[in-house]
Write a protein that binds this ligand. Structure first.
Ligand code: CU
Length: 103
C-alpha cells in the first residue's frame, strides 16, 4: 500500500503534441500546467521529416524523432513561469509556450 504514490499518479494528465506540416498540433498551442503537478507529454511525429521537442528550462529533450516515431516524457516545475518549447530543427516556426501556474 502506497497511498502517496497512488495520488501522485492520479494527478498525471496527458498532453499530446503531434508534429505535422512543421507545426505542433497545427497551431503550436499554449500548454497550461500547475506547479508541482507533473504532466505526461507525448510527442508524436506524423510528418515526413525529423522533428524534436525541447524545453530548455524544464530539461525536456525528445532527441530527433523520425517520421512515425513518438516519445513520452513529462513536464514538471516547482516554480510558476512561462517556458518556451521548440523544435531545434525548425525553431522559427515550431515553437510555443508552456505556462505553469501557481496553485
Ligand atoms: Cu521540426
Amino acid at each position: 500500500m502506497h497511498p502517496a504514490k497512488e495520488s501522485t499518479t492520479k494527478h498525471i494528465k496527458g498532453i499530446l503534441l503531434i508534429a505535422q506540416d512543421n507545426l505542433f498540433n497545427g497551431t503550436n498551442p499554449d500548454i497550461f500546467a500547475m506547479v508541482r503537478v507533473p504532466e505526461k507529454l507525448v510527442v508524436s511525429n506524423k510528418d515526413f521529416v525529423r522533428h524534436d521537442l525541447i524545453v530548455d528550462k524544464l530539461s525536456v529533450n525528445t532527441a530527433y524523432l523520425s517520421p512515425g516515431q513518438d516519445f513520452t516524457t513529462a513536464i514538471a516545475s516547482n516554480v510558476p513561469g512561462t517556458f518556451v518549447y521548440y523544435c531545434s530543427l525548425h525553431p522559427t516556426i515550431m515553437h510555443g509556450k508552456i505556462i505553469i501556474k501557481a496553485v
